[in-house]
Design a protein around this ligand. Sequence first.
Ligand code: ATP
Ligand code: MG
Length: 518
Amino acid sequence: MTSVVAQDPAVSPAQALAVELNGITKRFPGVVANKDISLQVRRGTIHAIVGENGAGKSTLMKILYGVQPPDEGTIAINGEPTSLKSPTEAINAGIGMVFQHFMLADNFTVLENVVLGAEKLHGIGDAARDEIRRISSDYGLHVNPDDLVADLGVGDRQRIEILKVLYRGAKILILDEPTAVLVPQEVNELFDHLRELKSEGLTVIFISHKLDEVLSVADDITVIRRGTTVAAVNPQDVTARQLAELMVGSELPSPQTEESTVTDKVMLELAGVELAAAGRANVLDGVSLTIHAGEILGIAGVEGNGQAELVEVIMGMRRPTAGEVRLEDDDITTWGVREIREAGVGYIPEDRHRHGLLLEAPLWENMILGHQTQAPNIKGPLIDARAARADTQRVVTEFDVRTPSILVTAASLSGGNQQKLIIGREMSHTPRVLIAAHPTRGVDVGAQAAIWDLIKHARRNGMAVLLVSADLEELMGLSDTIRVILRGRLSADFDPDVVTKEQLGAAMTGADGSEVQR
Ligand SMILES: Nc1ncnc2c1ncn2[C@@H]1O[C@H](COP(=O)(O)OP(=O)(O)OP(=O)(O)O)[C@@H](O)[C@H]1O
Ligand SMILES: [Mg+2]
């Protein structure tokens, strides 16, 4: 394998370096997040950074963007040694960053979001509006300055984040996991935008766990493992599997196909569920579905077609305006979240920051969240902190949550490790039914395989799973049946063994012209 690895990408003198990091070290209490990292990014290229969850990718990019100083090491931008003490200094040096979690204010317009903090450039009125329109049309970003952010989908929000960075004059763009939240069509569009930026001479650095995508769009790839650069590779020389093996430092097991475990015992049933929205078409429109013990039902769809609301109705976070939700023999249509969870429904939420974690609380408190009244967390009427801590330690070990301690806050974990903590919490209460929204979003390939195994294992033991995902590979690999949600309605069943990605894609956009059944 080492034959595919060149320690230094060939840099011809003509192709100067946009970014050169040398010997970067960054310590946090109990962890060395970056250990003597070196990175060379050629100007006018798309450079991917890959590595396991917690490897140190976001930390390194935040150093380059001036969010946090390195403990050791040097930074050179376009050959000039630089010390970046704040994002403002980074922006002045031509660097812009789009973060792993978006930072737009919902109740403001695109224009207001873009100009915020950059009022000196073009004011806050027509000149700014014109500039946004110009950038939007130059790079084909389709951003309308007067849209309200709250009304926009994730793909739109991401283009706004990119525009915001270009507005500030960035020549080097850092994108942290830009494709994690996008559906396949949007990913292709994003990559077209990145190639467009590159052809204008800009430099793009992006972090991703989707190795096929990395191979298709990157000019150079740097692999980081446990805080250290382990390889600089040319995408032509590696397969996705080899890249994954470089990331984890060992060979990966081959995936195995499995016998169906679907039984005829109905665990979760929705009948004619409607969710009305004031002045608009129903968000959920006559949704009926059945999931049996031992079955995984996959829901595919372009974001914003009702999948989030479907999950919220099942979890008791929203009450349907018509129809019924049943959990085995119980009608749970009017039950609240706590009752539903205590009845054995596990929940992996789509937005881990909003619904899954208390970011400023320590890991062990997060482990109790939603299970405050269950063993081993209580002793009489009180929380048994010792037992809860011991249980957290077990989950952290079992689910390979990379953290120096269970006393640190959830916010200090890397994105993928936050997700592993939530999955560990939900699975350790052995739910009868699991509602999983994008369970492996932002999770590295090794952890993804582990989460898939875990879900399959629980299915073998009779768990019923509703799997909402934007990742078609994941849906096709795990589901027993796939249904597509479009404008609040569910399609007929697709058999994951025979359906193609293109067919699913067509059903997701309505391009297949199929009469959507009720
Ligand atoms: N502010 C912080 N305080 C304490 N520890 C931190 C902080 N930021 C990061 N870390 C730790 O540094 C390590 C690297 O985290 P980082 O976020 O850079 O990982 P990553 O490669 O981006 O992972 P992911 O793919 O999961 O996003 C992790 O162990 C993380 O817990
Ligand atoms: Mg990260």
